[in-house]
Write a protein that binds this ligand. Structure first.
Ligand code: PLP
Length: 394
C-alpha cells in the first residue's frame, strides 16, 4: 500500500494512465493551431473533432456540434448562466437554482442579481434533493432558466434530472445542469432527461485539468447563449481562444473510458464505499451520515464524527489519508458548509464532518486501513473531549 491514500476525488481525480497515453503523442508532435488551414492545423482540428464526438457520446448528445469546449465546469457554468441571461432577458429576468449549488453556479447568479435579475434559491430536503412542488411554485412567466446540479460535490445527492427536465420543457423554460460531479460517474442522457445545457469538466473524471465542455442543445429548442469570452471567434463564436488540443484528446479519452466502464466501476466503487461506511459504523458510536443513502453518488460518503473537531481529525490523519472537512469546498474560506446548513445538519455536527471521495484506483486494502485509522483516531481524540467523557462515552 502506498501513502498517502487519496480519498478526495470530489476535489479532483488523478489522470488515468490510458488518458496520459492518448495525450503523449499529441503533446509531443501535434503542436498546431486547429484554426490554421495548413496540413498541421487540419490534423490538429481532426483530433479536436474526434474528442468532441467522444465527449458528446458520453452524455448522449444528438450532434457533436452541440459541445462547446471550455476550460472547465466553472467556465461552462458562467457561459450557460450569463449567456442565457443576456439572450433571453426580453422574455424575463428570473432564474431558479438551488441552495446547494457549487460556487461556480451561485456566484454567476449573484452577479446577475447585482445586474437586476431575480434569482430563486430552492431549499432542499435532508437528503439534499429539491422538491418538485417547490420548483413548480417558483416558476413565473418571467422565468428563463432552471439551473440544478446533477450531483452535489459535498453530500453526493443526485437530483431527479428527468423530472426537472420534464417540468422545464412543459413550461418552455431552459434547463441547465452542472454535472461536474456526475459526468462519467452516473448515467447522463441529455435527450432522455430533456436537458438544454450541461456543464462538465475533464479533471473530475480522470482527465487533465483546464479542459471542460458545455453542451448546448441545437434542436427542440435551439438554445442560444451570448459569448462571455470575445476574440477570434473560435467554437462558433461562443468561446474564443486557441484550443488545448492535447487536453481535449485527453478529455475525449476520459469520456470514452467512462462511457465503456461506468457501470462496472460504479458497482466496484460502491462496494468500497459501503465497506468504508459499515466499518466506521461498526467501530464507532455517535457518528452521523450527512445526506441520504439513496440517490447518492456511489463514491461519496460524508460523515459527522460527534465530539471531534473535523479540522483536528483531518490534521491527525493528514499524513496518511487525504480527505476534506465539512468546510471543504470553500477551503480558502473556513466557514461551515452552506450545503450542510441547507440540509439541516446542526452547527456542531457540521464542524465534525468529513467528506470521503472514493475513486477508480482505490483498493480494499486502502479502505480497511482508512477504517482502522479513523476509528482509532476518533476514539483517541474523544478521550480529550470533556463532553464525550461526561456523557459516559468512555
Ligand atoms: C469542481 C466543480 C466545479 C468546477 O469545476 P472546474 O472544472 O474546477 O472549474 C463546478 N461544479 C461542481 C459541482 C464541481 O464539483
Amino acid at each position: 500500500m502506498k501513502f498517502p491514500i487519496y480519498l478526495d476525488h470530489h476535489a479532483t481525480t488523478p489522470l488515468d494512465p490510458r488518458v496520459l497515453e492518448a495525450m503523449m503523442p499529441v503533446l509531443k508532435h501535434e503542436f498546431a493551431n486547429p484554426a490554421s488551414h495548413h496540413p498541421f492545423g487540419i490534423k490538429a482540428a481532426k483530433l479536436a473533432e474526434k474528442a468532441r464526438e467522444e465527449i458528446a457520446a458520453l452524455i448522449h448528445a444528438e450532434d457533436a456540434q452541440e459541445i462547446v469546449f471550455t476550460s472547465g465546469a466553472t467556465e461552462s457554468n458562467n457561459l450557460a448562466i450569463k449567456g442565457v441571461a443576456e439572450i433571453y432577458q426580453e422574455k424575463g429576468r428570473h432564474m431558479i437554482t438551488t441552495a446547494i449549488e457549487h460556487k461556480a453556479v451561485l456566484e454567476p447568479c449573484r452577479a446577475l442579481e447585482r445586474a437586476g435579475y431575480r434569482v430563486t434559491y430552492l431549499p432542499v430536503t435532508s437528503g439534499g434533493l429539491i422538491q418538485l412542488g417547490d420548483l413548480e411554485r417558483a416558476i413565473t412567466d418571467k422565468t428563463i432558466l432552471i439551473s440544478v446540479m446533477a450531483a452535489n460535490n459535498e453530500i453526493g445527492s443526485i437530483q431527479d434530472l428527468a423530472a426537472i427536465g420534464k417540468i422545464a420543457k412543459a413550461k418552455g423554460i431552459l434547463f441547465h445542469a452542472d454535472a461536474a460531479q456526475a459526468a462519467g460517474k452516473i448515467h447522463l442522457d441529455v435527450q432522455a432527461m430533456e436537458i438544454d445545457l450541461l456543464s462538465f469538466s475533464a479533471h473530475k473524471m480522470y482527465g487533465p485539468k483546464g479542459v471542460g465542455a458545455l453542451y448546448i442543445r441545437k434542436k427542440n429548442p435551439r438554445v442560444r447563449v451570448s459569448p462571455q469570452m470575445h476574440g477570434g471567434g473560435h467554437e462558433n463564436g461562443l468561446r474564443s481562444g486557441t484550443l488545448n488540443v492535447a487536453g481535449l484528446v485527453g478529455f475525449g479519452a476520459a469520456c470514452d473510458i467512462a462511457r465503456k466502464e461506468m457501470k462496472q466501476e460504479a458497482s466496484r466503487v460502491l462496494a468500497l464505499r459501503e465497506r468504508l461506511r459499515k466499518g466506521l459504523w461498526e467501530g464507532l458510536d455517535d457518528i452521523y451520515l450527512n445526506g441520504s443513502l439513496e440517490n447518492r453518488l456511489p463514491h461519496n460518503l460524508n460523515v459527522s464524527f460527534a465530539y471531534v473537531e473535523g479540522e483536528s481529525l483531518l490534521m491527525s490523519v493528514n499524513e496518511e489519508i487525504a480527505v476534506s472537512s465539512g468546510s471543504a469546498c470553500a477551503s480558502a474560506t473556513p466557514e461551515p458548509s452552506y450545503v450542510m446548513k441547507a440540509i439541516g445538519v446542526p452547527q456542531e455536527l457540521i464542524h465534525t464532518a468529513i467528506r470521503f471521495g472514493l475513486g477508480r484506483f482505490n483498493t480494499e486494502e486502502e479502505i480497511d486501513y482508512t477504517v482502522k485509522r479513523f476509528v482509532d483516531t476518533v476514539k483517541n481524540l474523544r478521550t480529550t473531549s470533556p463532553i464525550y467523557v461526561l456523557k459516559g462515552g468512555i
